[in-house]
Design a protein around this ligand. Structure first.
Ligand SMILES: [Zn+2]
Ligand SMILES: [Zn+2]
Length: 457
């Protein structure tokens, strides 16, 4: 497996004297399998250089995997020359959303007011695939897609081919800051699944936009501090970690210091993890072997998105009227049917009568806390209530014991304030799509291969 970084910057292209060594172009990574399969991860401004290089190989057959459609991951799409040339064939994959078809989203940035060529005028044969979580094959690679935690529906991609594993996980924020101090594993179930997603990879390209110090002011923006990315990679037994999605304000020398700090963390944990910062223009070769450990146990296929928002009912339980107002407004824009309750007992009664598709509940409420509400649902005779995803939201400072208690009670997920309406929308959407795909909270994906504020996008 051959990997080349064409764009490593996050949020905004940043050419200039401060980014000469690590590069100024936004996310774009080329992957070539030994069998010749060509994959392109994201189409930030780095896609321009890759497209020019590919012109030497016409005609082309390739696959573009887009993590999400924030600008810095698609801005190079209309400048990716191979898309313009008849005779080329491309499959484009991205997370399916509720707000429209993938091709319409990509066409949006090519509308008359923004760009002189429309999507329909691209000369290559292009097929679009809206993905949810799950696995599928491209050439000799098994691709596993998993939702990341970001203010827009975002997928990470784990590519396994010939016994080698490469994970592309950018635009992701840890679900919580809670770590088990004894095991150094995250406490939040979703963070543990993220570790499984990275597990034993030969190379992980991970969001590392901030430092821990900076992160205090950027909670909810959807990015990982580099120190935490290192801890996750150590916990996952990863061989090499490439820090990625560098902040536009991070000069080369400052990035060297971040790398040094992360290496110290790995050494302190007695891990052999190798840490470096992805640099534009750099190539890596991962040795493909004979394919042992390539495919595993039965997996869920990455099904296309078929969710009709109007058919999803979301119950919001909170004793603060303003919180219900803010959350309802955020979710209503996605077209769900919304129900509300202002205490835990009322929420339980409504849940029994209406069987919502998802429950978003405050942690602490009168007459039954969010955890107690969940316990009652899980003990119900009704299978729909036993399985309904319950996401708790809270401003309270959680102790590790609170987290353990919540997951033991059957809570699916929790979010700590501060968060934005976008955070809530993408989290709810991920759970609804997982539920639709038959992966309720009890059926999380296992290890599947055997083996306009800068900074917010
Ligand atoms: Zn980004
Ligand atoms: Zn983003």
């Amino acid at each position: 497996m051959h990997i080349r970084f064409w764009g490593t910057r996050g949020s905004l292209a940043k050419p200039g004297t401060t980014t000469l060594r690590y590069g100024g172009n936004t996310s774009c990574v080329e992957v070539r399998l030994n069998d010749g399969t060509l994959l392109v991860l994201d189409c930030g401004t780095g896609a321009h250089g890759l497209g020019q290089a590919l012109l030497a190989e016409l005609p082309l057959r390739g696959h573009v995997l887009i993590s999400h459609t924030h600008w810095d991951h698609i801005q190079g799409f209309p400048f990716f020359a191979p898309l313009f040339i008849p005779g080329n064939e491309w499959d484009v994959y991205a997370p399916g959303g509720l707000s429209g078809r993938l091709e319409d989203t990509l066409a949006g940035q090519m509308e008359y007011a923004y760009f002189p060529v429309t999507l329909a005028e691209l000369g290559a044969e292009i097929r679009y695939h809206a993905l949810s979580e799950g696995s599928f094959d491209i050439g000799g690679a098994r691709v596993t897609a998993r939702y990341l935690n970001h203010p827009a529906p975002t997928l990470g991609y784990r590519l396994a081919a010939g016994g080698t594993v490469f994970v592309y996980a950018t635009d992701h924020e840890p679900h919580s800051r809670h770590m088990d101090e004894r095991t150094h594993l995250p406490m939040h179930e979703e963070d543990r699944r993220h570790v499984e997603f990275l597990s034993r990879a030969d190379l992980v390209l991970h969001d590392a936009q901030y430092t821990m110090d900076e992160y205090a002011k950027k909670v909810g923006w959807g990015h990982t501090p580099a120190e935490r990315a290192t801890e996750l990679a150590v916990a996952a037994g990863v061989k090499r970690l490439a820090l990625f999605h560098h902040d536009p304000l991070r000069a080369d020398d400052a990035l060297d210091e971040v790398v040094a700090k992360c290496r110290e963390i790995a050494v302190a944990r007695q891990s052999a993890l190798e840490v470096f910062a992805a640099a534009e223009g750099e190539s890596l070769q991962l040795q493909e072997t004979t394919g042992q450990g390539l495919r595993h146990a039965p997996e869920r296929a990455a099904a296309p998105v078929a969710l009709k928002p109007a058919e999803a009912t979301v119950l919001i339980a909170d004793d603060e009227a303003w919180a219900i107002r803010v959350i309802s407004a955020a979710l209503r824009s996605d077209g769900y049917r919304i129900l509300t309750a202002d205490d835990g007992e009322a929420a339980l009664e409504i849940a029994r009568a209406e069987r919502p598709t998802l429950i978003l509940s405050d942690w602490e409420m009168p007459r039954r806390s969010g955890v107690e509400l969940c316990r009652a649902l899980r003990a119900s005779q009704d299978p729909a209530l036993r399985a309904v995803p319950v996401v708790l939201v809270t401003a309270k400072r959680l102790e590790p014991a609170d987290v353990t208690t919540a997951f033991e009670a059957g809570v699916t997920d929790y979010m700590t304030k501060p968060f934005t309406p976008q955070n809530i929308r993408s989290r709810v959407q991920a759970w609804l799509l997982r539920t639709q795909a038959g992966a309720g909270p009890a059926d999380a994906p296992a290890d599947t291969d055997g083996g306009s504020e800068a900074g917010r996008s």
